[in-house]
Design a protein around this ligand. Sequence first.
Ligand code: G3P
Ligand code: CA
Length: 236
Amino acid sequence: MFLYAHRGASAEAPENTLAAFRRALEVGADGIELDVHLSADGVPLVIHDETLERTTDGTGPVASCGIEGLRTLDAGTWFAPQFADEPLPTLEETLALLAGRLRLNLEVKESRAGRAVVELLQRFPAADVVLSSFDYGLLASLRRAAPELPLAVLTDDGNWRRALARAEALRSCALHPRADLVNRPLMAACRRLRLPVFPWTVDAPAQARELARMGVAGVFTNDPGGLRGYFPSPTA
Ligand code: G3P
Ligand code: CA
């Protein structure tokens, strides 16, 4: 079972920080999922929300702040005091730390970030990356800009056939459905298309075991350290 550390090892360290990514490496995750927004001055930044309030001591939209100000924010204290002053990572420093060490799933959260991400990736040829998005228009524009780039369709749509049709049209390398949408007809359809399935977000070993029985290739988990004991790495 391939384990993507969801926002890093986010059960143990503040999500989408270098601390969470280092922890994911330590516990033997096979890959790391992270979220990308763009600063006001066009720098790809690793953060999940459009706004700063939940995971930093800043306020307002990420897209309204310049990178210099964003880099002064504390993205760790909200999680636990020992992570005080953990910064919001840029995508560039994240790639510098992780490229070539494990697979990275970059979830592009806004359409204006797509081009900046593709440009930055050109400087990291050793990176094993998959770009994903809920936004089909964004994925289609990424496919046009970079015909060989591995793309994955993210879906929380109960109509999984629509997501599957999109994955096929995009020559997607994987389908990333919300875990409760996975069922046997979906798995059979993906098998016919030779499309690996990676559901999110799965922390309970019993749920991961059930999904493994259905044939998923891996899962996104906040707790890769917890699941690793039950599921050996396919890359080991
Ligand atoms: O990529 C899987 C998952 O991260 C998608 O949802 O909201 O956690 O970014 P979200
Ligand atoms: Ca995500």
